[in-house]
Design a protein around this ligand. Structure first.
Ligand code: CU
Length: 125
């Protein structure tokens, strides 16, 4: 990978240096290579997150969808993310870039009243 990438950059530099004046658009990828993260889906219902515990790899984007009928949120217990109010059918996504265990709840139906309406995202390498 590394030798190929170096050669590619060298080729682009060479092309740019001998181009001199701007002769039309040059196609150069400006977006750095991003790791293709997986996605995981969690549904929110009255009153449960499914799956309640989801183990994902670093870089995974987790998407919550509210299947209602009430308005809900997915809110990190430690302030890592907060969807705010999600109406029926609304989604919220968060990409996990660090390992750890991330508990969350719904601010509209707090664990003090709905002790089983909680979830945890476990992020591993
Ligand atoms: Cu709720």
């Amino acid at each position: 990978m590394r030798p190929f990438r170096f050669v590619t950059i060298a080729a682009i530099a060479a092309a740019a240096s001998c181009g001199g004046s701007s002769s039309g658009p040059t196609t150069i990828m400006t977006t750095p290579p991003m790791p293709m993260g997986a996605t995981a889906n969690i549904t929110i219902q009255d009153f449960v997150f499914t799956p309640a515990v989801d183990t994902v790899k670093v870089g995974t984007t987790v998407q919550w969808m509210n299947n209602g009928p009430s308005e809900h949120s997915t809110t990190s217990d430690t302030g890592v993310w907060d969807s705010g109010g999600l109406t029926v059918g609304a989604t919220f996504s968060h990409t996990f870039s660090q390992t750890g265990s991330f508990p969350y709840h719904c601010t509209f139906h707090p664990p003090s009243i709905y002790p089983k309406f909680v979830g945890t995202i476990v992020v591993t390498n």
